[in-house]
Structure formats: structure tokens, C-alpha cells
Write a protein that binds this ligand. Structure first.
Ligand code: ADP
Ligand code: ADP
Ligand code: ZN
Length: 216
């Protein structure tokens, strides 16, 4: 069993690669972004607050996301967990370490997906996802085979995200550099960091990640 973090700026390809790992290895994807998007549809006061913060491109508070992750970890995963978009701050990283330790588990690898800012703008502005199964598509690099229909589940529920616009992306990138990029040093110091070239094609990135996981 392997537990892995996918670390990288918005649009780096974390969700895309997480989905592959689920399909190929039976791992469990824990995406705090997906969990928060679910929470915001709940219509509660908390959901509305979260929606505002996300639409601006800022990070939601550590307590909320740590709570969401703790709940999911308690359910266990035979093939291991993929942390997609979590942790995003040093307190979140510490909390994850504590939670895993309590379960007598650890992290096997932290994959740093390296993509430059210019590519991120193109990635995020062309992104759309399936509202039913979460499959990730792109207008240019990965369109659905049939227009308007999800390849994976046949649903017609294809959506674009409210925060995938130029303004929110600028804020998201700043948040990444200020609050998340220190995790690169944090995991490097622990000997867990494994960089991959996120600019390569989706299959090539998947192969690079597979190689890292097979070694760990
Ligand atoms: P992306 O795929 O662009 O990296 P996500 O779907 O992971 O974005 O996250 C979308 C938004 O959800 C973030 O901009 C932030 O507002 C919120 N979010 C997701 N994960 C976290 C987290 N671990 N800590 C704080 N906020 C988070
Ligand atoms: P993240 O979860 O890190 O925000 P996504 O997996 O949602 O990133 O990918 C962002 C966009 O870029 C999506 O539209 C996806 O289809 C596309 N994409 C992902 N990986 C690649 C890649 N290696 N090459 C080209 N496009 C990609
Ligand atoms: Zn689908």
C-alpha cells in the first residue's frame, strides 16, 4: 500500500493523474477541492462562505480542510491514498503527518508536478470536468471523443469551474507561491520529494509517476 501526495500549482495536472492512479491501482483519491465543491452545493451557511472564498481564488481555512481529510482517512483505503490538492499549507502538512502516524501509516512519496505559469493559464482556461464522475478534460489537449458527452461515464453533465478565470487564477497562483510552495522544501528535507516534468504529455507524466511509486 502506498500513500502519495500530488503537489503542484493550479492546473498542474494533479486531478488528471489522480484519476489514473485510481483506475490503474485501485487507490483512493482525496481531493479537498472536490470535497469543498460538494460542500458548497449543500446550501448551508458554511457552504456559502466556502463558495465565496473559492471563487476569489483564496485558500479556505486549515481547520475546514483538515476536518474533511480526517473524516475520509478514518474510512481507510486498501490501495492507499492519493492526496490531491492537500496539504496546501505547512499546518496542513503537519496535521496530515500526525493523522497518518496515528494510523501507523506514513507518506511514501510527494510528487512535485512542475509546470510553468504560462502553461497553467492555458491549462486552466481550457479545463472542463464531468459533474458525475469527475473525469477531467481540456478543449485542446484532451477533448471528449463525442462533443458534450463524458468518455468515462456517458453523462452530458460537463462543467466549467467558477474559479477558472484569469482574475481568480492570478490569486490562486499567488496563494500557491506564498503558502503552498514552502511544502517543497518541507518534504525535500524529509527526503520524500520526487519532482516530475508536468509539461510532458499526460501518458508520459503518468509513466514518470508510476516509476516513482514502484520504487517506493
Ligand atoms: P486546482 O485543481 O486548481 O489546484 P482545487 O480544486 O484543488 O484547485 O481547489 C480549488 C479551491 O478550493 C482552491 O482555490 C481553494 O479555495 C480550495 N481548496 C482546495 N484544497 C484546499 C486546501 N487544502 N486548503 C485550502 N483551500 C483549499
Ligand atoms: P489540477 O488538478 O492540478 O488543477 P487538472 O488535472 O485539472 O489539474 O488539469 C488542468 C487542465 O490541464 C485540464 O484541462 C487537463 O485536461 C489538462 N492537463 C492535465 N495534464 C496535462 C498534460 N500533461 N498535458 C496537457 N494538458 C494537461
Ligand atoms: Zn463522467
Amino acid at each position: 500500500m502506498v500513500n502519495v501526495i500530488l503537489l503542484g500549482p493550479p492546473g498542474a495536472g494533479k486531478g488528471t493523474q489522480a484519476k489514473r492512479l485510481v483506475d490503474e491501482r485501485g487507490m483512493v483519491q482525496l481531493s479537498t477541492g472536490d470535497m469543498l465543491r460538494e460542500a458548497r452545493t449543500s446550501g448551508t451557511a458554511m457552504g456559502r462562505r466556502v463558495a465565496e472564498v473559492m471563487d476569489r481564488g483564496e485558500l479556505v481555512t486549515d481547520d475546514i480542510v483538515i476536518g474533511l481529510i480526517a473524516e475520509k482517512l478514518a474510512q481507510g483505503a486498501k490501495g492507499g491514498f492519493i492526496f490531491d490538492g492537500f496539504p496546501r499549507t505547512l499546518p496542513q502538512a503537519d496535521a496530515l503527518g500526525d493523522l497518518l502516524e496515528k494510523m501507523d501509516q506514513g507518506l511514501d512519496a510527494v510528487i512535485e508536478m512542475q509546470v510553468d505559469d504560462a502553461a497553467l493559464v492555458a491549462r486552466v482556461s481550457g479545463r472542463y470536468t464531468c459533474g458525475q464522475c469527475g473525469e477531467v478534460y481540456h478543449d485542446q489537449t484532451r477533448p471528449t471523443k463525442v462533443d458534450g458527452v463524458c468518455d468515462a461515464c456517458g453523462s452530458h453533465d460537463l462543467r466549467r469551474r467558477a474559479d477558472d478565470n484569469a482574475d481568480a487564477l492570478r490569486t490562486r497562483l499567488m496563494e500557491y507561491y506564498k503558502k503552498t510552495s514552502p511544502l517543497i522544501g518541507y518534504y525535500y528535507a524529509k527526503g520524500q520529494l520526487a519532482p516530475v516534468d508536468g509539461l510532458a504529455e499526460i501518458d508520459a507524466v503518468g509513466a514518470a509517476i508510476a516509476k516513482i511509486l514502484d520504487k517506493s
